[in-house]
Write a protein that binds this ligand. Structure first.
Ligand SMILES: [Zn+2]
Length: 328
């Protein structure tokens, strides 16, 4: 199953993911899925339909029970295992064990507090006996299908979404290293001393060599520019004569000026804000080659299609499906 298929099943309208590699090389993905409005959990109890943080009934659902036992139990940590990697200063950094909760709620910060009933269900891990307070939240079907650790969390507050974006794009690990001759001299070389390098495991190196995806985003996000009158940003090589640049046909037009032009000439354009405009209209930009350098001029506009052309290009219900801005 690929991400596109998954988003279809989940009835989502946007997705992004980043693949990261742990120190020993295992890849793992951080995936953020935006559900369509009708599929969103408006009530905390609806979260229970997608996410669970309890041990399943061994007799009713043995498959799920086995998968939770194998992949979704945190620890043992705390007093049962003070040497667990999650333990710092005698406390679990992942805040396990969680508290028992009779139902799912959302706290003041906007984070979900999942249902974890004190129902006596337990799982033995080594010498420790773990209960619902140690379950990492999961989706039953994804867990059973993929047989892997898949933590599923709900987030619906701008703060938590912003946090997630930051988290999934935090980039690769870095190490500070120094290569030096094995001599007795004690010379200080600050440049050598602060040499910063990316830490890439053998698995990640192969992943990159084979050009597998490291991140994915659908629909693509396009930044709409804006500027004061006659202060359009143009990028050109130093070696180019500025007079040739300013004389070039279409150099003044940007997405912003052409949005205003479309408003001037087409009544239907006036119904849309600048941000909503790409939902219905297509922007066409063409690459320009400047002399030998082949440098691209940013924001060079060639044509903004009319809504008539838009209707010809797409099926009748396209407006609902089309969320992306096409850059051609
Ligand atoms: Zn822990």
């Amino acid at each position: 199953m690929n991400v596109r298929k998954l988003t279809k099943i989940l009835n989502s309208n946007a997705v992004l993911y980043t693949i990261e590699f742990q120190k020993r090389g295992l890849p793992h993905a951080h995936i953020l899925i935006f559900l369509k409005d009708k599929s969103k959990c408006h009530d905390p109890s609806q979260i229970d339909d997608i996410i669970c943080a309890e041990i399943p009934d061994k007799d009713e659902d043995p498959e799920a029970y086995a998968a939770v036992e194998n992949y979704m139990m945190h620890g043992p940590c705390g007093e049962a295992n003070t040497k667990s990697p999650c333990m710092v200063e005698n406390r679990c950094t992942k805040h396990f064990p969680k508290k028992y909760n009779s139902e799912t709620t959302i706290d003041e910060e906007g984070f979900p507090v999942y249902k974890r009933r004190d129902n006596g269900r337990q799982i033995k891990k080594g010498k420790a006996t773990l209960d619902n307070r140690f379950v990492v939240p999961y989706n039953r079907d994804l867990l059973v299908k993929f047989q892997a650790h898949i933590n599923v969390e709900w987030c619906n507050r701008s703060r938590s979404i912003k946090y997630l974006f930051k988290y999934i794009h935090k980039g690769v690990d870095y190490v500070v290293g120094l290569l030096k001759e094995n001599t007795s001299k004690n010379e200080t070389d600050e440049i050598k001393k602060y040499l910063e390098m990316r830490y890439i495991s053998a698995t990640e190196a192969c992943w990159r060599l084979f050009q597998f995806d490291l991140n994915y985003r659908d629909p693509p996000v396009e930044r709409l520019n804006f500027h004061l009158e006659n202060e359009q940003q143009i990028i050109f090589p130093d070696s180019t004569d500025i007079r040739n640049i300013v004389r070039k046909e279409g150099v003044k037009e940007t997405k912003f000026t052409e949005w205003m032009n479309a408003n001037k000439h087409h009544e239907e354009a006036r119904e849309l804000t600048y941000a909503d405009f790409p939902n219905r209209w297509v922007w066409k930009a063409k690459e320009k080659k400047m002399g030998k350098e082949k440098t691209r001029i940013c924001n060079r506009k060639d044509l903004l299609c009319t809504s008539n052309k838009w209707r010809k290009v797409l099926p009748p219900d396209a407006a609902e499906h089309c969320q992306r801005m096409h850059v051609i």
